[in-house]
Design a protein around this ligand. Structure first.
Ligand SMILES: [Zn+2]
Length: 67
């Protein structure tokens, strides 16, 4: 079994996770369908924004593999 030679310190772990944090998009929960969506955007799952429907969203299409 491969093992790390030294223990990762809290400092090193923090330095690594800080980068992961700033590169991840900020997500909020849609109040209508409770999916995670980008803030200040129309929900792509239900088409709601500020409690009212803004766009109509087509229902999920079955995935078909292109030959
Ligand atoms: Zn939604």
């Amino acid at each position: 079994m491969a093992n790390p030679k030294k223990k990762t310190t809290k400092s090193k772990k923090g330095m690594r996770q800080w980068k992961e944090k700033i590169n991840s998009p900020n997500l909020v929960e849609c109040p209508h369908c409770h999916h995670l969506i980008l803030p200040h955007h129309v929900c792509p799952y239900c088409g709601y924004y500020e409690g009212r429907p803004v766009i109509t969203v087509e229902k999920k299409k079955k995935k078909e593999k292109a030959a």
